[in-house]
Design a protein around this ligand. Sequence first.
Ligand SMILES: *Cc1c(COP(=O)(O)O)cnc(C)c1O
Length: 362
Amino acid sequence: MSIPFLDLKAAYLSLKEQIDAAVARVLDSGWYILGPEVEAFESEFAEYCQAKEAVGVADGLSALHLALQAMDIGPGDEVIVPSNTFIATWLAVSQCGATPVPVEPNPLTFNIEAPQIQAALTPRTKAIIPVHLYGQPADLDPILALARQHDLWVLEDAAQAHGAKYKGARIGGHGDAVAWSFYPGKNLGAMGDGGAVTTNDTELAMRIRELRNYGSTEKYVHRVQGYNCRLDPLQAAVLRVKLAHLDPWNARRQSIAQQYLAHIKAPSFTLPSVLPEVEPVWHLFVVQTAQRSAVQQHLQQQGISTLIHYPTPPHLQEAYRLNMRLPVAERMAAEVLSLPMGPHLPAEDALRVIEALNSANF
Ligand SMILES: *Cc1c(COP(=O)(O)O)cnc(C)c1O
């Protein structure tokens, strides 16, 4: 019996009737761009995130890009990004004409921290993008304090952290703006692309609403040069169904992570560390081992699928090819391995993963 890395179809089948009904409701409505379904999702998601506003956009990369543009970030500006993130975090900065400035993460939590960010600040720095990588919130308060001190924006990349908490409050309303992706494999995933920005800044929200819709909030009136970058009402309808199940699904991920943390004994492994002030939602469960390819092969022989997030850091991609060494990110790229994780992974399968790892004495 094989164990898939993530069973996306199981999520659909478990809610098939409700999702099919939601899709039919949109088709029957005759309303296919923005409108009531998108507005309803926006208000439900804002409330869930404990934020004043949510703006639905086409995908996570656009959420980051439009938020930066609404902050007036452009050519000549620098934006702090993690060295070990998914490349979209960097691309959003580049799309504004600004320069991504990488900061190395804490290798145990995978997230960037205030002291290393402070060391990378220059007079051109305009914003910081902490990424809540793999579903664990970054330590936000020191980052927010640093930003206030230097008059910088904080845009959180929460593409992997739907429902996660920092000091008891959900991710979504801490920084100036928070960017979300609803790519199907995320903790809250659509049946295609989707994204959003949450914020407590109504002016910023208004600017993002404008940018996603040709620079317009009133038909045929264009205040700025915008984009066509809106959340699809079909996806909004699906997301409304799934949002109601996000907490129990995250709880399942948390219980699998507890199983892994308590029982994986492979001596060469570094297991993820969790900060005491956060509640992670385990988008991914990532171990680090110098014997990665042997481990991956051993698991595959037993039908257990794993993935690597991410095999090449952005600065070494052909898209950037920066002439710099970022040793923490480079070592992570060589050693990280993501174990099967998801709300529909049976506890027995997680046990089989643990046994397969412990039996091989890696
Ligand atoms: C998925 C992801 C994105 C991009 O989201 P898309 O919806 O795929 O554009 C951005 N940042 C991080 C950290 C992600 O994991």
